[in-house]
Design a protein around this ligand. Structure first.
Ligand code: 13P
Ligand code: 13P
Ligand code: MG
Ligand code: MG
Length: 364
């Protein structure tokens, strides 16, 4: 049976500030998706949050980019925005950039990762969600998972992984895409994905049988809105085992707190810290950035789970290192490379400051 997995997320209001989601918003979303399940539009769902981002995890048979599914997500976020406004939650409706739904939530603010799959005999799926980060934050972990034999033993040991993987890269500034085959094209691939603010990994496919392995959200809110409106906290779906990396190989890249864009005011570099869902509540300097992972076995479109994959003592050292790196970077205060370079600054008074000082600059 063909099943579509859709993960659609939006920041529709923070509690308190940008640190978490109020339970009333999750409850409102659950009611909306329960009604959609009862009506047969979706087959199963799970509602959760990562920091101040509300996450809708859904299964259905309507394929990717389905108008009724996107409409359901849009309406769910709109209803939740109403709840957020009543509670005067922070930035109510933050990611709802369009006035009305127009066929697809892409380009309207919410982030979307979707894939249509033929369910295997056993279908372990890992859903990653991040907060205080940015589109492109999955580039390095996806590379480690699907290309690096020092991370993924199966690339060497398992015959189904030996053929390698195909990467679909999006240039989110020029709106174009390109495919690279690994391992033979890794140098070309790295040239682009090493700049995650512009080039993002959208999909990964198995070269053993062509099946989809991973899908991520790549929306850049600032490019949509033309100004800073919150950071594009991304989501990602990764299938596991058999022709894909094992669950532990998919998780392994998060042992290291990679430095990514996001954190305070979306304007700083900071370490990505792997935490349990209940710990995805960025507090220090609105961070440090968080990633959570919920695991499901998909069975006839039912989401059997979740298992909270980073809720385990084996990630304690990763978190400790993230805190040490956070300390080091924080001491730089407003200096690069903690603060983003000027051209990347979004939430800032830079244009006004430049304007104010216009007449005072003299030629050297
Ligand atoms: P089991 O022998 O526990 O099934 O594990 C196999 C495996 O591939 C673990 O990565
Ligand atoms: P979010 O993008 O998670 O809403 O965070 C915005 C921010 O400014 C945090 O300091
Ligand atoms: Mg927010
Ligand atoms: Mg957020």
């Amino acid at each position: 049976m063909k099943v579509t997995l859709s993960v659609i997320k939006a920041d529709i209001g923070g509690w308190v500030g940008h640190s978490a989601i109020h339970p009333a918003l999750e409850e409102s979303a659950r009611q909306s998706l329960a009604a959609a399940k009862a009506g047969g539009l979706i087959l199963d769902y799970f509602v959760t949050s990562c920091g101040d981002d509300l996450q809708l995890i859904m299964t259905h048979t309507k394929g990717v980019d389905s108008e009724p599914i996107h409409h359901l997500a849009w309406d769910t976020f709109m209803t939740g925005t109403g709840v957020a406004k009543k509670l005067k939650l922070y930035g109510a409706g933050q990611d709802m950039l369009a006035d009305a739904f127009s066929g697809n939530v892409k380009g309207q603010g919410p982030g979307v990762a979707e894939m249509e799959i033929e369910e295997r005999t056993s279908e372990p799926v890992l859903i990653f969600m991040a907060d205080k980060t940015s589109a492109g934050s999955w580039n390095l972990p996806l590379y480690k998972m699907f290309v690096d034999p020092f991370n993924t033993a199966g690339l060497v040991i398992a015959p189904q992984l030996h053929a390698g993987f195909r990467f679909e890269i999006h240039d989110i500034r020029e709106h174009r895409k390109i495919f690279f085959d690994t391992p033979e094209e890794i140098y070309d691939l790295l040239m682009f994905i090493g700049t995650p603010s512009r080039f993002t990994i959208k999909h990964v496919f198995s070269r053993h049988d062509g099946t989809i392995a991973a899908a991520s959200s790549t929306e850049r809110l600032s490019l949509i809105a033309g100004k800073y409106v919150g950071k594009d906290d991304p989501v990602m779906i990764v299938r596991s085992q058999h022709q894909f990396p094992a669950v532990g190989e998919v998780l392994e890249p998060f042992r290291y707190p990679w430095i990514i864009e996001g954190w305070m005011r979306g304007s700083h570099y900071g370490p990505l810290m792997a935490v349990a869902q209940k710990q995805a509540t960025p507090a220090r300097f609105d961070g440090p950035p968080r990633v959570i992972c919920l695991g499901f076995q998909v069975s006839d479109a039912r989401l059997i789970g979740p298992r909270d994959m980073f809720d385990d003592p084996s990630w304690d050292e990763a978190r400790r290192e993230a805190n040490l790196l956070a300390d080091h970077l924080r001491r730089h205060g407003p200096f690069e490379p903690h603060r983003l370079p000027l051209e990347e600054m979004e939430y800032t008074t830079l244009p006004q400051t430049m304007d104010k000082l216009k007449g005072r600059w003299k030629p050297l």
